[in-house]
Design a protein around this ligand. Structure first.
Ligand code: MUC
Ligand code: MG
Length: 372
């Protein structure tokens, strides 16, 4: 691949409003950008994000940057793998875990490879079956009326018509009442909930029954990611679809979750999977086992979002669509041309690599000025 340099940048970007999850409240997102240049004049970009520092998963923006700088970069510069598959094999052999960091590096390498071959990343991953993905919007202001007004606004703007509600930080009664009021106000529009592991199995029996009754279409990761047997019991018990998110961590663990049908749907995320190739593998495993798919987000900025879209474009079916709205939650963009959101979806570029142009001067300046 002829790698000349690998730079990592921490770029904090404020969110358009507070974003409340059961595990944290976000007022900014820190983009970890990976910029790789080759000796023959190509460059590629990758991105990793976490949610609320270390509140969501075991990697933080700082750990991703430090580990890429201290371990990934010397290894890649010294070994000079000849293609992306060899690079990922090398990283997986020498570096345990660090799936978010691996995803950012693989994205940048695929961007370079796509540019070299004149192909979009989707085609390096086996080929796209769609040029756009439908994109859900997440309502997480913490206030029911604000959420309803926000939903109606984005419907009118033809941006989104699927809504995910982040719940789990209030009592089950309060959360259920909040969801059902929003569902009633939005009528036939699809409403799904993400509990981010906050409920016990017993709370689920009551909470999910009432959400199912109220017409909620999908229940995401209601209980702890450590309770695989409990997730299966809920999946077996309820008709409403149960989705696995935090528990889906890499292709091998996805294999066992799929084989035992622990969930009806998998949320696939490139960061959580350890890269785009792994995300596609998880998609294939799920499809083979009859598990439906949902294109998840780690609230990435535009680079991670469009990388995810390239991967999801290759899934033969994407029954529950995607939530690739991350860039729309941010107050600023780092691209020369923002991603194209229209008609309730995101358009996947057909140009080589990621098919986007990063504003290089801007991101280096933002990283330099940032105090984190
Ligand atoms: C998650 O758990 O799915 C996705 C949307 C959002 O608001 O948070 C993420 C993480
Ligand atoms: Mg989730």
């Amino acid at each position: 691949m002829n790698i000349k340099s690998i730079n990592t940048l921490l770029v904090p970007v404020p969110t358009i409003r507070a974003h409340k999850l059961s595990c944290t409240v976000m007022n900014e997102q820190v983009l970890v950008l990976v910029h790789i240049e080759t000796n023959d004049g190509l460059e590629g970009w990758g991105e990793a994000t976490t949610i609320g520092g270390l509140s969501y998963a075991e990697e933080s923006p700082h750990s991703i940057k430090t580990n890429i700088d201290a371990y990934f970069t010397p290894l890649l510069l010294q070994e000079q793998p000849s293609n992306v598959a060899e690079a990922m094999k090398l990283l997986n052999k020498n570096i345990h875990g660090n799936r978010f960091a691996k995803s950012a590096v693989e994205t940048a390498l695929l961007d370079i490879q796509g540019k070299r071959l004149g192909l979009p990343i989707s085609e390096l991953l086996g080929g796209r079956v769609r040029d756009r993905v439908e994109v859900a919007w997440t309502l997480a202001s913490g206030d029911t009326e604000t959420d309803i007004a926000e939903a109606k606004r984005v419907i009118n703007e033809r941006k989104h018509r699927i809504f995910k509600l982040k719940i789990g930080s209030n009592s089950v009664d309060q959360d259920v009442a909040h969801v059902l009021e929003i569902k009633k106000a939005l009528g036939e529009y699809r409403v799904i909930v993400d509990i981010n592991q906050a409920w016990t199995e017993l709370q689920c029996l009551d909470g999910i029954s009432r959400l199912q009754e109220g017409g909620v279409a999908l229940i995401e990761q209601p209980i702890s990611q450590r309770n695989k047997a409990g997730l299966k019991r809920l999946t077996d018990r309820f008709n409403v679809a149960i989705m696995a998110d935090e528990i889906v961590q890499d292709p091998q663990n996805a294999f066992w979750l799929a084989a035992e049908h622990c969930a009806d749907v998998f949320a696939v995320k490139i960061n959580q999977a350890g890269g785009l190739t792994n995300a596609c593998l998880i998609g294939k495993i799920a499809a083979l086992a009859g598990v439906d798919l949902y294109g998840g987000t780690m609230l990435e900025g535009p680079i991670g979002t469009i990388a995810s879209a390239h991967a999801f474009s290759t899934f033969p079916t994407l029954a529950y669509d995607t939530e690739l709205f991350g860039p729309l939650l941010l107050t600023d963009t780092i691209l020369k041309q923002p991603l194209e959101y229209k008609d309730f979806g995101l358009v996947i570029p057909n140009k080589p690599g990621l098919g986007i142009e990063v504003d290089k001067e801007k991101v280096y300046l933002l990283a330099k000025e940032s105090k984190i």
